[in-house]
Design a protein around this ligand. Structure first.
Ligand SMILES: Cc1ncc(COP(=O)(O)O)c(C=O)c1O
Length: 500
């Protein structure tokens, strides 16, 4: 339960939610510090000291709230009024989600070919993926804190194609932020690339990195190394808005609550969710929503051929393997970092044990969980891995039968749900659609076996980006850390001397 402390304050909601590192070797901090730090100083991920427990009665009260109102209610559980006063929080939420195309923000499409199944369309933000949902809130919140402190921060982001565009969009033109987006050159679509490289704002810097043997995970490793360099981190006031940042995970819990409340006839009814997964950020948020007592029955992991999460949930094995480039490139991920957050809560919040697991994985690339741990975390999950033929076939089938176009990641989710249908029964099911098909025109053409792109695979913002010049730094992976630090220092020096 929340630690309400009305005696000490005039604020009715005041609670002192503190954040700790899953590794346990960092001081407790408040929400503001957790967000602005990104990683904890010990290199671990920040988590709240405890997860709020939401009663059925509260869920009933939330039943008719809009998405934005629900964001307010849920993030208020983690942010005290002294950290962000309610009016300011409302304003941040409004600014964040006014950037979305649809009034309803997150519509649910009822499938025609599967009964009681809904596609939750998380891609109506400006860069057409679910990353907008988290970053709209997070970047605006970071900016709010920086403006209040009168500070500038350098944000660095690694992307497999969707986080980078969203982070760049929301940071663009904000004078308290300098944003660097690193992507594995040739491993994201040209459309995703242009979303980052065609922004005209001088505080946005895209970096295409060639020769990444492990794709986006290689870039995460460089960011982690820069973080570990204390002098550099402090000099640039460095942070990350990747899903290592607690703010992302917190906001992503909201769409599970929202989807659930939209569909439940009776609050308390069990509903399943199926999620195309890579870094376990989105699904990690779903796992925490369930630990906060949202009545989710089964959480279903849709992996592509890079089946890192499928190995974790089916074999109890957290292991690295060679990376495959797939049609669902944004989930070509080998290290699902956010799994640690879920594991922390589900195994009794034991930082010593967490440190041992994380060290074993980091040193050997291979961690086999004991049976009791496996049973604890895998309960309530199903998983499978989908190959590219299955992904393309799903796009084709659903388009032909329903005139509804899935992007390759959303197709992984729908295909996963179809493959595991026998094990699910007749409950309602929500498949998360995490990107707009317009970001993947070549895959769509291949799936539909046509050169004529259907209207549903077009978007005016993608067309516009084709008519803009690109501005990008290029670098090879071998020299990335040094080259990037050099470039970042140069930019910081110039922007400090530039008139604002
Ligand atoms: C379109 C799309 N779907 C799914 C995912 C997977 O999300 P997560 O890494 O949070 O598991 C990503 C993220 O990289 C994505 O861009």
């Amino acid at each position: 339960m929340l630690a309400l402390n009305p005696k000490k304050s005039k604020f009715p909601y005041l609670h002192t939610m503190q954040f700790v590192s899953v590794k346990g070797d960092s001081p407790k901090v408040n929400f503001e510090a957790a967000i602005l730090n990104g990683f904890a100083p010990d290199g671990g991920l920040y988590v709240p000291e405890s997860l709020p427990q939401i009663s059925l009665e509260t869920l009933r009260k939330w039943k008719n709230l809009s998405y934005r109102e629900l964001v307010f209610e849920i993030v208020s559980l983690f942010i005290s009024e002294t950290i962000i006063p309610p009016n300011d929080l409302r304003e941040i939420i409004k600014t964040a989600y006014d950037t979305f195309e649809k009034d309803s923000t997150i519509p649910l499409y009822p499938m025609k070919t599967r009964s009681r199944t809904y596609v939750m369309e998380l891609f109506y933000g400006p860069t057409l993926s679910f990353k907008d949902v988290g970053l709209a809130f997070l970047v605006n919140t970071v900016n709010y804190f920086l403006q209040r402190k009168g500070e500038r921060q350098t944000v660095v982001v690694a992307t497999t194609g969707d986080t980078g565009p969203a982070a760049a969009y929301y940071a663009a033109g904000k004078s308290n932020l300098e944003a660097w987006t690193l992507y594995p050159k040739g491993m994201i679509t040209p459309e995703q690339e242009r979303q980052m490289t065609t922004l005209p704002h001088p505080n946005i810097h895209a970096v295409g990195v060639s020769g990444c043997p492990e794709g986006g995970d290689d870039l995460d490793a460089v960011i982690k190394a820069m973080y570990a360099n204390k002098a550099f981190k402090e000099k640039l006031n460095l942070t990350s808005v990747n899903s290592i940042n607690w703010g992302r995970i917190m906001v992503q819990t909201v769409h599970y609550f929202y989807g659930y409340l939209q569909l439940a006839d009776e609050v308390g009814e069990p509903i399943d969710f199926c999620v195309p997964s890579g870094g376990f950020g989105n699904l990690g948020a779903g796992s925490l929503a369930r630990l906060m007592c949202l009545p989710i029955d089964v959480l279903i992991v849709g992996n592509n051929k890079n089946a890192c999460l499928h190995r974790i949930f089916s074999e109890g094995k957290f292991s690295k393997a060679p990376i495959y480039e797939t049609a669902s490139n944004a989930i070509d991920i080998l290290i699902p970092l956010n799994f640690w957050r879920y594991l922390y809560f589900v195994t009794g919040k034991n930082p010593t044990q967490m440190k041992a697991w994380i060290n074993t994985f980091e040193q050997t690339g291979n961690l086999q969980f004991d049976e009791a741990t496996y049973q604890a975390y895998a309960s309530g999950f199903l998983s499978t891995s989908i190959n590219d033929d299955e992904t393309l076939q799903t796009i084709k089938d659903i388009y032909e039968k329903e005139n509804y176009l899935l992007d390759p990641h959303s197709a992984v989710a729908v295909c996963t749900a179809n493959k595991l249908a026998d094990k699910l029964g007749d409950k309602k099911l929500i498949c998360l659609a995490t990107a707009h098909p317009a970001k993947f025109p070549d895959i769509i053409k291949k799936a539909l076996n046509t050169e004529d792109l259907p209207e549903q695979a077009r978007h005016h913002s993608i067309e516009l980006a084709k008519r803009r010049c690109e501005r990008v730094y290029l670098c090879d992976h071998e020299h990335l850390e040094e080259a990037l630090m050099h470039a970042m220092e140069n930019v910081a020096r110039h922007s400090q001397s530039a008139p604002h």
